[in-house]
Design a protein around this ligand. Structure first.
Ligand code: FAD
Length: 694
């Protein structure tokens, strides 16, 4: 109701584009397995991975339980693999883990009733499926779900299917855990039987891990009863075989020293570049945006010329990080692997359904530096599993207590913000944990994840150069013995220091392998790919826009304003462009302080920048206060069908802005709050209200 025809056409095209983008990966079999390399293909994993028929796959690999995951950042994938392992070791289930995008679902009606399907589903953004779950979700929630020929035709086609479900969500979003809720609803409607409750983990409350642990015990009890399983004493069985290759040298051509895939190993990087195949991009320029010493915010210009990568204003860029040398050293040392860090290892999945999470052969050093998330918070379940490999009985007792006592674990591990190696180091007083199988470390820690950044440049103005605006995560926590250092942002900071030839290239002694595997990143390069988003300017520039972006939330709005200034300069009719920005002080962290005047010159009175400086006066001032001061104008512009955008902090700011907008509408349109909330919801539904929050 809020949009004109042209907008609807453009939005529809964008939506189609997005679906095409999300689904195309499925058909790019070559890139489906990013680690397609000689050794991986010779172990059954990649070979068996070709069939999209899950029933056949389970049959041929003798499995009776499949754990599907819909994962964006790796947590759901990690939980899925933990469930699979636990189901096997405790209850003798023959389990496998499956990426939702690797299979078809039109034969689910033939799923045998003595087998079990588990769904671990993260909800992404505004109640959306994760990229790898889009197709499954559309299929299972479709109007007329069509199962395979010869399948049942009644209205309970999934009567044979027994399933278990857990969702990962964030209660600060309106559509909390909508993926698991909807999938559970659809499956039930199709006649399937859920075992146990559909669990929900809440990242917003910071209780994801504990929610998961609390949910799974009664779930296992229900599964045991339903399937008639006996619990047995869990014994650890490695998923991967690690072969140290005494006959190979790390310098040999076929050894992966951090190269993400075979293309990269063979020297020439070849497109298409995507989430499985990054482009090693030159950083054209890098600058510090803050003027204070103790905090950093980076502006970087990443050159994508010649890569065939493209972006449109509002998209995201993904940066593939490298772990800090300091943490790699800590990890290898505490596991007793430091002396043989450059030994070549071949890693092979012992189970045909398991995937080696990095290319092999490689070295301990390269695997840990480039592929394993070693700095993330520690999981309590992992500590339980690790306990049996403690260096002595005293430490084992402590580990067992940490693994079983939630409050104790919080006090000793979570509140101190330790990563796994820091914890092991403290527990053993530096004595190496020589008994821990390396396979367990690969199984228990997640694959390193690229981090996303809202692109802060306009593709109209600079189509070959992508800007990012990233605040460097460096936090001193009261009970933490170490400063908490963000993996990616500190790596970027080190790249910037190197580019500027700073005498101390790494200001925090984190010591990155800046030149990358075989020096392939030398000359200041970083691996990236582009992720398209729906966060878009109106196709008609004469439409007014209102943007709310405090802190780094201003990133995409710098791009929006840059674009509209260029359009105005080119003589186009550009509508009112209103930006609300907030930071601590104008002389410390006022991002792009000196650029706004330039844009003002081009846009004239059609550009308004409202700033909120929280620490300048006696009272804290936030963007919400500035919105209240300009409430009448906001309402007026919305009535003229202005687009409304919010970017930045999802936990508090975005929610408060949403509530405030409803209040403003209620006041100036003289409608009830219930009515104004409905209006805001309708604005969201029609894309007049768009969010880019994290
Ligand atoms: P990480 O290593 O991922 O750490 C992040 C945080 O995790 C830490 O600060 C800490 O709170 C917690 N943590 C990590 N390790 C531990 C531990 N051992 N114990 C306890 N807690 C721990 N950021 C920007 O600056 N600019 C942008 O424009 C931007 N756009 C984004 C757009 C999208 C769509 C998304 C999803 C995110 C965006 N982000 C942006 C955030 C960005 O992706 C990263 O999350 C951020 O830069 C931190 O990454 P990092 O690797 O440096 O930190």
């Amino acid at each position: 109701a809020q949009l004109d025809t042209l907008d609807i056409i453009v939005l529809a095209a964008l939506l189609l584009g997005t679906i095409a983008y999300f689904t195309k990966g499925t058909y790019w079999a070559v890139y489906g397995d990013p680690y397609g390399n000689s050794l991986a293909t010779s172990n059954g994993a990649a070979k068996a991975g070709k069939s999209r028929n899950i029933l056949e796959k389970m049959e041929e690999s003798d499995k009776n339980c499949v754990v599907f995951y819909g994962s964006q950042t790796g947590t759901a994938e990690d939980y899925a693999s933990r469930l699979a392992k636990e189901g096997h070791s405790r209850f003798g289930l023959k389990t496998m883990v499956a990426d939702l995008e690797d299979y078809d679902y039109d034969n689910l009606d033939k799923f045998p009733d003595d087998k079990l399907a588990v769904f671990v589903l993260a909800t992404y953004g505004e109640g959306e499926p994760t990229d790898n779950a889009v197709e499954f979700y559309e299929f299972i929630g479709g109007e007329d779900v069509a199962f395979s020929e010869g399948g049942s035709v009644d209205d309970k086609p999934l009567a044979n299917l027994k399933y278990v479900a857990f969702g990962l969500g964030n209660n600060t979003y309106e559509h909390y855990n909508s993926m698991v809720r909807n999938v559970d609803k659809y499956l039930t409607k199709l006649g399937a039987t859920r075992i146990g409750t559909a669990g929900e983990g809440d990242d917003g409350a910071g209780t994801m891990e504990e929610d998961f642990l609390a949910w799974k015990e009664p779930m296992w009890a229900a599964v045991q009863e339903s399937m008639g399983l006996e619990e047995r004493e869990a014994i650890y069985e490695p998923v991967f075989e690690i072969n140290e290759k005494a006959d190979m040298d790390a310098d040999e051509d076929e050894v992966y020293l951090g190269e993400p895939n075979k293309n990269h190993l063979e020297g020439s990087q070849k497109g298409p570049f995507n989430a499985n195949n990054p482009f090693i991009a030159p950083i054209a320029e890098s600058n510090e945006l803050f003027t204070v010493k103790d905090r950093n915010c980076l502006h970087m210009e990443i050159n994508i010329a010649g890569s065939n990568l493209s972006y449109t204003t509002g998209d995201h860029i993904a940066i593939w990080p490298t772990n800090a040398g300091k943490e790699v050293d800590r990890f290898l040392t505490i596991l007793g692997l430091a002396p043989k860090r450059h030994t070549v290892i071949a890693v092979k999945a012992l189970d045909p359904t398991a995937k080696v999470p990095f290319p092999s052969p490689t070295t301990y050093d390269a695997a840990i530096r480039y592929h394993v998330e070693i700095c993330a918070p520690v999981s309590r379940q992992f500590i339980s599993t690790l306990a049996q490999f403690s260096p002595n009985d005293e430490i084992k007792a402590e580990m067992t207590k940490l693994g079983s006592d939630k409050d104790y674990f919080h006090e000793k591990v979570i509140d101190r913000h330790l990563n796994i190696a820091q914890l092991l180091e403290i527990l053993s007083n530096g004595e190496p944990w020589n008994n821990v199988p390396f396979s367990l470390m690969i199984e228990g820690l997640v694959k390193i994840q690229p981090r996303y950044y809202s692109i802060s440049s306009s593709s109209l103005v600079q189509k070959d150069k992508i800007s990012i605006t990233a605040v460097v995560e460096s936090l001193k926590k009261p009970h933490a013995p170490h400063e908490l250092k963000g993996v990616t942002t500190n790596y970027l900071l080190a790249l910037k220091q190197k580019q500027h030839g700073d005498p101390e290239p790494d200001p925090h002694g984190l010591n990155y392998a800046i030149t990358g595997p075989r020096n392939k990143y030398d000359g200041i390069h970083v691996p990236v790919h582009v992720r398209h988003s729906n966060f878009k300017l109106p196709s008609d520039p004469s439409k007014p826009i209102i943007m709310v972006g405090p802190g780094t939330g201003v990133a995409p709005f710098r791009a929006f304003v840059q674009e509209r200034a260029a359009q105005a300069k080119a003589g186009q009719n550009v509508g009112k462009t209103v930006l609300f920005f907030g930071c601590r002080r104008r002389d410390e962290d006022f991002l792009y302080n000196h650029e706004w005047d330039q844009y003002k010159e081009a846009l004239g009175d059609n550009f308004a920048l409202h700033t909120a400086f929280s620490r300048e006066g006696p009272k804290k001032v936030y963007v919400q206060h500035k919105m209240e001061e300009n409430a009448e104008e906001i309402n007026k512009l919305l009535e003229q069908k202005a687009y409304f955008y919010v970017c930045g902090d999802a936990a508090n700011m975005a929610r408060e802005v949403n509530a405030l907008l409803a209040k403003i509408i209620a006041k100036y349109r003289n409608v009830s709050e219930t009515k104004s909330e409905e209006i805001v919801k309708a604005m969201r539904a029609s894309n007049q209200y768009q969010e880019d929050v994290w």
